[in-house]
Design a protein around this ligand. Structure first.
Ligand code: ADE
Length: 238
């Protein structure tokens, strides 16, 4: 049976995959065939003797640019249909849970991992390649960003998570608020330097309605403090 989600990875470092995704729930799901990947070495498609994949930018400036002709050869040689094709780049659309949910519905995704300064724009334009960023900071290459995007998609695939968590109660799901704080045994814990830390009484009261209300209030307060941008607009402030 084909995997529910297949990733084609275009990279200069195929040995970076499956990396962290070979462990834990995603690792088991990979073994179980729920998801699959081909990591294709872009360098195999260079045509000169030195296996060149990049060149200096027209117009001058620092860094090197990945060549459109080499990337095209790698893309067209993919053994499995490319599906939506995404270039991981700090100038892309910021990744969020809504985009992850959408991507996780795909059958095939192709992820282009850049190194150097970037990719020849003609390649991105000619093959309708979307750009996605995992945050407002610059990595030295797209591979860790691809692993993050893949992780977020894989955990949503049916059969991956089991009972480990319920996605609807997590941050950015359901009501779109940050997750409330969690506590477990022991109910009273004393730190190495003698501070005694207890658990909020409500969580041990057995009153499920009160627990739910407390957690919602905590989620709201945390979101207001840390991520007010996630809150729905307040009509009182209009
Ligand atoms: N490659 C380098 N930086 C990146 C970022 N912030 N997001 C996605 N890909 C990247």
């Amino acid at each position: 049976m084909p995997a529910q989600l297949h990733f084609n990875l275009l990279t200069l470092f195929p040995e970076m995959f499956p990396g962290s995704l070979g462990y834990s729930l995603s690792g088991r799901a990979l073994e179980d065939g729920i998801w699959s990947y081909d990591a294709v070495n872009i360098r195999n498609f260079a045509t000169d003797r030195h296996k060149t994949v990049d060149d200096t930018p027209f117009g001058g400036g620092a860094g090197m640019v990945m060549r459109a002709d080499v990337l095209e050869k790698a893309l067209l040689a993919l053994p499995i249909e490319r599906g939506r094709t995404i270039y991981l780049s700090p100038r892309g659309k910021p990744l969020n849970q809504r985009i992850v949910e959408d991507l996780s519905q795909a059958k095939n995704l192709t992820l282009l991992c850049g190194r150097y300064e970037g990719v020849d724009q003609r390649f991105l334009d000619a093959y309708d390649i979307e750009e996605i960023s995992i945050g407002d900071y610059v990595l030295s290459g797209g591979e860790p960003a691809a692993l993050i995007l893949m992780d977020a998609c894989i955990r949503l695939l049916p059969g991956v998570m089991g009972n480990e968590t319920t996605p609807d109660e997590e941050s950015f799901c359901g009501d779109g608020l940050l997750e409330y704080p969690h506590y477990t045994r022991p109910a009273e814990w004393t730190t190495a330097d003698g501070r005694t830390c207890t658990v909020p009484d409500i969580l041990r009261s057995g009153d499920h309605g009160k627990v739910r209300a407390w957690r919602h209030a905590q989620s709201l307060a945390l979101t207001r403090e840390r991520r007010p941008d996630l809150l729905p607009p307040d009509p009182e402030n209009d």
